[in-house]
Design a protein around this ligand. Structure first.
Ligand code: NAP
Length: 349
């Protein structure tokens, strides 16, 4: 396959909302100079993540220089294997971590990307690129949060706040895959979706404060793990958790992720989870955060679950490459169920 010198890529040109700062450039150099251990991938599909628009809106230019190519998840084909274990033509999928992206300012909303082999694996034929692209970042966050941060074990009980978020909906499926009992939240319209993923019990978070509902219906035994996948800054679910989280149980969060700055909220959370001593009313439960890392073995395991039919890739919507701003509008509603995917190659299945 001949590799062009220039390509199309979306670039963020300033700090701000995607609809205002994104530009589709036609003359971006293809990154043909590869380091040892990197390959060149022709991107077939990419997927959006909340971190994409949060970095775009929050990080000042001295931290993240513009223009840069946003986003992390990809599925594609190796077109320069650069002496690695891969062959040209291999189908692959993975994600470019935030620390890597901060160094390179190269995200996945481009026709060609450089990718270190540590950040992707081979993609089986039965997971088409538009489905595969949405798996890595969200499913690995769920996998690492449940099993490596909270150490969830078979047959335990887990409460997932945000059962219809991308992370939460992978978490439901992964917890069920090892035989756990799962309770998950969403708004009422998503009850069927969350149950179709395997949730045994459902709580509509719009009906009243969650901590009250949980305290009133605390399971026996109590939950072993609470996985907060919404990005709440509100501390009530944690500070009241002695009523429904077992002693020794873990409260794991994808991180307080306000859409803008919320210094007071973050300050309160830090006080509640790290600083307030237990004798001064501090919560007698462990609070931990998951920060997704590039562990190929985790994506291998998730891929195995997918091929075994225990986990299914979740696609909310698929947009053409020219419609990236519309795709951001969709993910920024915080109402998507599954991943918002971009067909970078119009031929991609
Ligand atoms: N730490 C990490 O490494 C890491 C990695 C990945 C993601 N994250 C963070 O995790 C969070 C989730 O990301 P995502 O991509 O999974 O989100 P997403 O798919 O964009 O979330 C959309 C879903 O959120 C649900 N939702 C919104 N508000 C809710 C609430 N108060 N309670 C329960 N559900 C609610 C919506 O359901 P309804 O319409 O029913 O409300 C919708 O289905 C984000 O803050 C993201 O930045 C962190």
């Amino acid at each position: 396959m001949s590799i062009p010198q220039t390509q199309q890529a979306w670039r963020a040109t300033a700090k701000g909302a995607p609809g205002k700062v994104l530009r589709l450039d036609n003359d971006v150099p293809v990154p043909v100079k590869l380091k040892k251990g990197e390959v060149l991938v022709k991107v077939q599909a990419a997927a959006l993540n909340p971190i994409g628009y949060k970095l775009m809106q929050l990080l000042p230019g001295f931290v993240l220089k513009r223009p840069y190519i946003p986003e992390h998840d990809f599925a594609g084909v190796v077109v320069d294997s650069n002496g690695t274990e891969y062959q040209n033509g291999d189908a692959v999928y993975g994600f470019l971590t935030v620390p890597l992206f901060m160094q390179t300012r190269q995200g996945t909303l481009a026709q060609y990307i450089r990718a270190p082999t540590t950040h992707f694996i081979r993609r089986p034929d039965d997971i088409p690129p538009t489905q595969a692209a949405g798996v890595p970042l969200a499913a690995m966050t769920a996998y690492q949060g449940l099993f490596q941060v909270a150490h969830l074990e078979p047959e335990q009980r887990v409460f997932i706040n945000g059962g219809s978020t991308a992370v939460g909906s992978f978490a439901i499926q992964l917890a069920k895959a090892i035989g756990c009992k799962v309770t998950a939240t969403a708004s009422g319209k998503n009850e069927e979706y969350v149950r179709s993923l395997g949730a045994d019990e459902f709580v509509d978070y719009t009906k009243g404060p969650l901590h009250t509902a949980l305290a009133e219906n605390s399971p026996s035994p109590k939950y072993h793990v609470i996985f907060e996948t919404v990005g709440l800054v509100d501390t009530a679910l944690y500070t009241n958790s002695e009523a429904y989280l077992a002693p020794g149980g873990v409260f794991v969060s994808t991180g307080p992720q306000p859409k803008g700055f919320d210094i007071a909220g973050i300050g309160k959370l830090l006080w509640k989870v790290f600083l307030q001593p237990k004798w001064l009313g501090g919560t007698k439960r462990t609070w931990k955060m998951v920060s997704v890392a590039e562990k190929r073995e985790d994506l291998q395991k998730i891929t195995q679950y997918i091929t075994e039919g225990k986990v299914r890739p979740l696609v909310d919507s698929v947009y053409g490459f020219e419609d990236v701003p519309k795709a951001y509008e969709r993910i920024m509603t915080s109402r998507a169920t599954g991943k918002v995917v971009i067909k970078v190659d119009s031929e991609a299945e």
